[in-house]
Design a protein around this ligand. Structure first.
Ligand SMILES: NC(=O)c1ccc[n+]([C@@H]2O[C@H](COP(=O)([O-])OP(=O)(O)OC[C@H]3O[C@@H](n4cnc5c(N)ncnc54)[C@H](O)[C@@H]3O)[C@@H](O)[C@H]2O)c1
Length: 429
C-alpha cells in the first residue's frame, strides 16, 4: 500500500460505469489518475475510455482488483456494495462506495469489521451533503445563530415516467425494481446528519401503496414513498423520505431550531431561506432572508463545479476523498456513519412491515450490537433462486404480461438486445 501525501495524484479504478461515468469526470477534475475501469457492458467501457484513454479495461472484478491502484470507486449495483468493498480492502485498496453501504444488517457488521481488520480507508460517497445549500446550512448551524436544532426534515423525490423507469431498470431482477422505499435514504438523511452532526437512534416508518406507478414496467416495488421518523442522538426529532416517486422532482432540507430555521426552497435546489423570531434575531441580520449561497472556492473554475452534477456535490465528494487519501481529512461519512444510514433504511423497512413498530438503531462500534446482527441476512432482493427473504413493498405487486411487454419494448429501444432472460440474470448477479 502506497502512503499518499498532499499533492500526490492518487491512482484510482472505477467499478460500474453507469453513474460511474460521472465519477470518472469528477476524479479527473480533482487530479486523480484513473488507471482502471470495470464493467461487463462493453458500450459503457468504450464511452469511459473516451475520457480516460490510458486506463486498463476489465469486465471481471477479480482481474480489475489486482490492478496497481491506490483506491477504487464502487459504483456497481445498489445492493452489492458491501461484498465488493470488503474484497477491495482485503486486496489493499482504499474504497469510496456509492450508496447504500450495505443492504443487510449482517453486511453492516461485516463491513465495519473489514475496515477495522484491514486498516484501509473507507468512505461513503454520499454527495448531497455537498450541495451548496447544504454546505451553507452546515456553516450557519455551526455558527450557533440558529440555536439548538429540535426538528429536521429531508426529502429525496425522484419520480420517472414509464420510458425512463424502464431505461434505468433493465431486467426483471434489477435493483431498482426491488428496492424498498426506505432503503435509498442517504440523499435525504445524509445531509441532515452532515448539517447537524447528529444521527438517528430510533426509527419508525410508514409507506404509501401506489401500484399504478408499476404499470408498463417490471418493477415489483409498488409503494410510492416511505417516511421515517427518528429520535436523534442530540435530542431532536427528524423526518425524511427514502427515494420517493411522488410529484414533483427535487430535494428539500429544513432545520428548525430554537432561535431560527433554515431551509432550501422547493423547486429550486440552490436557494436558501433563513428565518429568525423577532426576539431571537441576531443584531444586524435580517429577520427573513432568501439567497443563493455562493459556491465554495476551488482549484477549478465555478463552471466546472456547477457542471459536476448535483449542484456541486459530485465535485466536492471526490475532493473530500482525495484529502482523505492524502491523510489531511477524516471521511465525514466513515464506515460507522455509513452503516448507521444503511441500518435506518433496513430497520425502517421492518417498521413499515410491522405496522410502525419502533426499532433502536444499533451502534456498530460495540461488540454487543455486532453480535446481535451478525447473522441477520434478511434481504428484499431476490437470490439465485429468484426468491427474496422479505417483501419489497407493503402489498405484493406481480407485473402483468402487458407490463413485461411494454418493458421489453422500451429495453430494446435502449439497446438491450437478444436474450432478455440473460439480462434478467445479469441484473440479479
Ligand atoms: N449519488 C448519486 O447521486 C447517485 C446517482 C445515481 C446512482 N447512484 C448510485 O450509483 C450506483 C450505480 O447506479 P447506476 O444507475 O449506474 O446503476 P446501474 O444498475 O444502472 O449500473 C450499474 C453498473 O455496474 C455494472 N456492474 C454491476 N455489477 C458488476 C460486476 N460484478 N462486474 C462488472 N460490472 C458490474 C453493471 O454492468 C452496470 O453498468 C447505485 O448504487 C446507485 O444508487 C448514486
Amino acid at each position: 500500500m502506497r502512503i499518499l501525501s498532499p499533492g500526490d495524484r492518487p491512482k484510482i479504478g472505477i467499478f460500474g460505469l453507469g453513474r460511474g461515468q460521472n465519477f470518472l469526470r469528477n476524479a479527473i477534475n480533482n487530479g486523480f489518475d484513473v488507471v482502471a475501469l470495470c464493467d461487463t457492458d462493453q458500450k459503457k467501457l468504450t464511452l469511459a475510455k473516451t475520457r480516460a484513454p490510458s486506463a486498463a479495461e476489465y469486465t471481471s472484478f477479480d482481474e480489475f482488483i489486482k490492478h496497481d491502484m491506490d483506491a477504487v470507486v464502487l459504483v456497481n449495483y445498489f445492493h452489492e456494495h458491501a461484498p465488493y468493498a470488503i474484497r477491495a480492502m482485503e486486496a489493499g485498496k482504499h474504497v469510496i462506495s456509492e450508496v447504500c453501504a450495505a443492504s443487510t444488517m449482517a453486511e453492516c457488521v461485516r463491513l465495519v469489521r473489514a475496515v477495522e481488520r484491514t486498516g484501509m480507508k473507507y468512505m461513503l460517497g454520499e454527495n448531497y451533503p455537498y450541495m451548496s445549500v447544504n454546505i451553507e446550512m452546515k456553516k450557519l448551524y455551526e455558527s450557533g445563530s440558529l440555536g439548538r436544532v429540535l426538528y429536521s426534515h429531508g426529502e429525496y423525490i425522484h419520480p420517472s415516467n414509464v420510458e425512463s423507469t424502464n431505461q434505468f431498470t433493465q431486467g426483471e431482477f434489477h435493483w431498482r425494481g426491488w428496492t424498498p422505499r426506505t432503503y435509498y435514504l442517504s440523499h435525504s438523511l445524509g445531509p441532515l446528519m452532515f448539517i447537524t452532526g447528529s444521527a438517528p437512534v430510533t426509527v419508525t416508518a410508514a409507506s404509501a401503496y401506489a401500484p399504478e406507478l408499476c404499470r408498463g414496467t417490471e418493477k415489483h416495488v409498488a409503494d410510492g414513498i416511505a417516511l421515517m421518523l427518528c429520535n436523534m442522538a442530540d435530542g431532536s426529532v427528524s423526518t425524511f423520505s427514502g427515494a420517493g416517486a411522488v410529484a414533483g422532482r427535487g430535494n428539500w432540507y429544513r432545520i428548525a431550531c430554537l432561535n431560527g430555521s433554515a431551509e432550501s426552497v422547493r423547486g429550486d435546489n440552490e436557494k436558501l431561506v433563513v428565518q429568525y423570531n423577532d426576539w431571537t434575531c441576531p443584531e444586524g441580520s435580517p429577520r427573513l432572508s432568501q439567497y443563493v449561497p455562493p459556491y465554495e472556492k476551488a482549484d477549478v473554475s465555478e463552471a466546472v463545479i456547477k457542471d459536476a452534477g448535483h449542484f456541486g456535490g459530485d465535485y466536492w465528494v471526490m475532493n473530500h476523498f482525495k484529502k482523505v487519501l492524502w491523510g489531511e481529512e477524516q471521511p465525514y461519512f466513515d464506515v460507522y456513519r455509513a452503516v448507521t444510514i444503511a441500518s435506518v433504511g433496513i430497520l425502517g423497512w421492518r417498521s413499515v412491515l410491522e405496522g410502525g413498530k419502533t426499532f433502536a438503531i444499533p451502534d456498530f462500534r460495540t461488540e454487543e450490537a455486532r453480535a446481535m446482527y451478525e447473522n441477520d441476512t434478511a434481504s428484499p432482493y431476490p437470490g439465485a433462486d429468484g426468491k427474496a427473504d422479505i417483501p419489497c413493498c407493503k402489498k405484493e405487486y406481480i407485473p402483468t404480461p402487458e407490463d413485461r411487454a411494454t418493458a421489453e419494448r422500451i429495453w430494446k429501444k435502449f439497446g438491450v438486445e437478444g436474450n432478455l432472460a440473460e439480462t434478467d440474470r445479469a441484473a440479479r448477479h
